[in-house]
Design a protein around this ligand. Structure first.
Ligand SMILES: *[C@@H]1O[C@H](CO)[C@@H](O)[C@H](O)[C@H]1NC(C)=O
Ligand SMILES: *[C@@H]1O[C@H](CO)[C@@H](O)[C@H](O)[C@H]1NC(C)=O
Length: 458
């Protein structure tokens, strides 16, 4: 479903809530017109076209009736909003199935809207529920036979509502749960990016597409650029040991980036079912349970790639650094406890901490801290020390599982940044052990990042 269509549907829903408004009728007409035009443009077989046209008209008139009902009762529940989104999914899938049929590819439209059994009583989105969903999705597909299933990303009544509980990433989640239910060899997620890069390719010269990355690294990197894949979706697939491949819709022939756990992290035993003597082959190797691991070639490549160097680098902008200089000659436990509990009470999350003999510095995201709250914190801390807040900072991070416990990377990072004349104000290893971060002035962040990329990743 395109963003344009989502916006249209949300607009229609909002207009239906205004008494006397007829704008939603116009919006539905537009949606109907867009889909009929798309069908006529891309489907040449008359029989198929007529069928798709009929389906589109039916779905749209159903949508209009639904919106009229909303206007009458003057209320729209999160579940009704879900139902409106579902119509959009249905329309898109009808067209795609029609186009495939027209091309001589046997395809079948599958709706997951009613897949959740009314008797299934779940009030929480937990693993139990996801397991249930994967089984239900797989069985919804079981009667497709050899036909290509064209599945709606929307799945109906989840606890809360799909849009509020899961959000716009629900189609990815649906695909992930389907992959799990079907025991797929690979889950492909098509986006408008080639995959995951060593750095933001729009800003860093020489940024390369990564052919492989671990889920831990990928979730550290979701921060930059477009959020490639929802961590939650990733978790479902990773649990089932299914590789995820990110591909670009605009460049179907590209290999994309594969997200897959490390073999050692999986405790994976490489077993070649067809031979007992180890030979170097490029075919995929198999896990004992039959799922494929990365090929040896890819594995070696990845090991080299990870040797003492980061996998990717990123910048996080709009960072504030708060430094508290202790009134006493040294930092006491009590001082630190007081600082952190005050921040905690004000709901301020600290990204990065570094301490010296007499001061503690903390980096935080400026966008989430309110000026008013900050003032309160500063005055609250005035009894224990002198507080200074510097704004306009950035965090430059290097991420990579191969850096685990490597003091060397931090050292090289500092000297590389210093070499281009940029001052490193703070440095710290992230909580995750696969992330080394430092704070620099905002205006130097990209110079620093480029230097780190050139020096440590090339
Ligand atoms: C159009 O599609 C229908 C249904 O799939 C098929 O039976 C028919 O042969 C097709 N007509 C042409 C001209 O290809
Ligand atoms: C790495 O760690 C820093 C500090 O904890 C954090 O701000 C950042 O979001 C983490 N990840 C990335 C990719 O920068």
């Amino acid at each position: 479903m395109t963003l344009h269509l989502v916006a249209g549907l949300l607009k229609a829903a909002a207009s239906a809530l205004e008494p006397g408004s007829t704008e939603f009728i116009v919006t539905v007409q537009d949606i109907r017109h867009d889909h009929l035009t798309a069908a006529r443009e891309h489907i040449s077989n008359e029989t198929i076209l007529q069928r798709v046209e009929r389906e589109v008209k039916e779905d749209c008139s159903h949508l209009q009736t639904f919106l009229q009902a909303i206007q009458t009762i003057e209320e729209i529940s999160p579940k009704s909003k879900d139902a409106i989104m579902a119509v959009g999914e249905r329309l898109s899938c009808r067209i795609v199935a029609g186009i495939l049929n027209d091309q001589g590819i046997e395809a079948q439209f599958v709706s997951l809207e009613t897949v959740i059994d009314a008797g299934f009583d779940s009030t929480t989105l937990d693993q139990n529920f996801y397991d249930y969903l994967s089984r239900a999705f797989a069985s919804a597909l079981s009667n497709c036979g050899h036909r290509v299933p064209v599945v709606t990303g929307f799945f109906g009544p989840v606890p809360g509502s799909l849009l509020t509980s899961i959000g716009r990433g629900y189609t990815d989640l649906a695909a992930a749960l389907l992959a799990v239910g079907l025991g797929a060899k690979e889950l492909q997620i098509w986006k408008e990016v080639d995959g995951i890069f060593t750095a933001d390719p729009r800003k860093v010269q020489g940024a390369r597409l990564l052919d492989m990355i671990t889920p831990e690294e990928a979730s550290e990197l979701t921060y930059y650029g477009s959020e490639v894949i929802h961590p939650f979706t990733m978790e479902q697939v990773v649990r089932a040991r299914i590789p995820i491949r990110i591909k670009n819709v605009m460049k179907p022939s590209g290999a994309g980036t594969v997200i897959f756990p490390d073999q050692d992290a999986l405790g994976c035993q490489l077993v070649k079912p067809w031979s007992s003597t180890p030979t170097l082959v490029s075919e995929p190797l198999f896990l004992t349970d039959g799922r494929h691991c990365a090929s040896e070639r890819e594995q070696t490549k990845r090991q080299q790639q990870h040797q003492q160097r980061p996998t990717a680098v990123t910048v996080k902008e709009n960072i504030w650094v708060m430094t508290v200089h202790s009134n006493c000659r040294s930092l006491s436990q009590k001082f630190l406890a007081e600082v952190f509990s005050l921040l905690d009470r004000h709901g301020i999350a600290v990204d990065l901490i570094s301490t010296s003999e007499v001061a503690v510095s903390m980096a935080m995201e400026g966008s989430v801290v309110e000026e008013k709250v900050m003032k309160e914190v500063v005055s609250g801390l005035s009894s224990v020390g002198v507080v200074e807040v510097k704004k306009g900072r950035s965090i430059v991070s290097a991420v990579g599982r191969g850096m685990k416990g490597l003091v060397g990377v931090s050292g090289r990072m500092i000297s590389t940044i210093a070499n281009v004349g940029v001052n490193v104000e703070m440095i710290s290893q992230g909580m995750s052990e696969i992330n080394v971060s430092c704070v620099v002035a905002e205006e130097h962040a990209w110079i620093a990042l480029q230097a780190v990329h050139d020096g440590l990743l090339s």
